[in-house]
Design a protein around this ligand. Structure first.
Ligand code: PLP
Length: 384
């Protein structure tokens, strides 16, 4: 079966991890720090806090922004559940903003409408998690303008988007947000096995995130409040978690980061070849946006309503042809957990319409010419 995504591990990656195994530090040590600095530099941000997953990074981002019970967090219904769950971990109420069908990202116009209404009801969000779907940045300028007017903070869930660019600058530079989060899960663009990172330009937010990622415990003497300064002494200042990244993960991530631009170029080329090869079929794909360079974590197609197969039939037929397609994503608000919180089918009609036709085609740098041709030919046979 041709998978929809696949990690790329080189001999250099393997040596980097083995070197750590032979060193004195396998949990906390120099590699994680080096990885944090390299990511911050790569995306033109000031600070980075590495974690054991993007889910953890989203959680500490919410904690650092002070999200708690009685607050609202808004996000896109078309994302992985982690984009919404981070709000629930903090006891906040979660709500969603419908998407734009062309970009599959949160729609700034709908966001504005919802904000106007929320202001009247005194239910404005504290945090909005925007998701750069499949690697295409959201309209950050428009969203940041609304953030100023309605006084909410912004977390970019850039799990799909490392290596992408918005207005000529790397995604994650936080020009239009408070915190950006990347995932290094093996299906993502670069991997540290499990792993994630939160980047920010705000020093205080970075310190808080570091605290929350490690039990709420600090060894920074300058911050001590008990008036004790013994060499073994540390203080717990809040209730944090153990979300730290290991040296093994840091070394793998650092090694992978050296190739990220090359990986994005290959993904861009494959996406362009899909667009050319699939022209004329009853399908849509994410519309390119000016000045917005997608990292192409996924190549998502959406089947037209009048196509001769349903998405389910197309999914089955492609799987039968050994093409491991997938679906990104089931609208979060339709999950039983969120239904229990009061959401219903029909609440976010554009997201639900998108989902009816959505299918992710295989996309990864090592996808062979032969496999690519097999995928596009099969699609023509099934849909043409
Ligand atoms: C993968 C993903 C996450 C979670 O990442 P983990 O590193 O697996 O925790 C969160 N949000 C989005 C949009 C993702 O695709």
């Amino acid at each position: 079966m041709i998978p929809y995504g696949k990690q790329h591990i080189t001999e250099q990656d393997i040596s980097a991890v083995v070197e750590v195994l032979k060193s004195d530090f396998i949990t906390q040590g120099p590699k994680v720090l080096e990885f944090e600095q390299a990511i911050a530099q790569y995306c033109h941000a000031q600070h980075a806090v590495a974690t054991n997953s993007a889910t953890s990074a989203l959680h500490i981002a919410c904690q650092a922004l002070g999200l708690s019970q009685g607050d609202y967090l808004w996000t896109s219904p078309i994302s992985f559940v982690a984009s919404a769950n981070c709000g629930r971990y903090c006891g906040a109420q979660v709500d969603f903003v419908d998407i734009d069908l062309d970009t599959v990202n949160i729609c700034p116009k709908k966001l504005k409408e919802k904000l106007v209404l929320a202001k009247q009801q005194n239910k404005l969000p504290k945090v909005v998690v925007v998701v750069h779907m499949a690697g295409l940045s959201c309209d950050m300028q428009a969203i940041a303008t609304l953030a100023k007017e309605y006084e909410f903070t912004i977390i970019e869930d850039a799990s799909h988007a490392i290596g992408g660019q918005y207005h000529g600058k790397p995604v994650g530079n936080c020009q239009f947000s408070d915190i950006s989060v990347f995932s290094f899960h093996p299906v993502k663009i670069i991997t540290s096995a499990e792993g994630g990172i939160a980047v920010t330009n705000d020093k205080a937010l970075a310190s808080k995130m570091r605290l929350y990622s490690s039990h709420g415990v600090t060894r920074e003497q300058a911050t001590f409040t008990n008036g004790i300064d013994a060499p073994w002494y540390y203080e717990q200042h809040c209730l944090g978690q153990n979300y730290r990244m290991t040296e093994l993960q840091g070394a793998l991530g650092l090694s992978q980061l050296q190739r990220v631009d090359n990986i994005i170029e290959q993904r861009q080329q494959l996406a362009k070849r899909y667009q050319t090869a699939l022209t004329g079929l009853p399908i849509q794909w994410q519309q390119p946006v000016d000045d917005n360079y997608s990292a192409y974590h996924l190549f998502v197609i959406r089947l037209n309503d009048d196509a001769k197969l349903t998405r389910e039939q197309l999914f089955e037929a492609l799987r039968e042809a050994n093409i491991g397609v997938n679906v990104h994503y089931i609208p979060i608000h339709t999950q039983p957990y969120y239904r229990e919180l009061g959401f219903n089918q029909g609440d976010f009609p554009v997201a639900e319409h998108y989902y009816q036709g959505a299918l992710s085609l295989p996309l990864y740098p090592e996808l062979s010419e032969q496999d690519f041709d097999h995928i596009t030919t099969t699609l023509h046979t099934l849909l043409g």
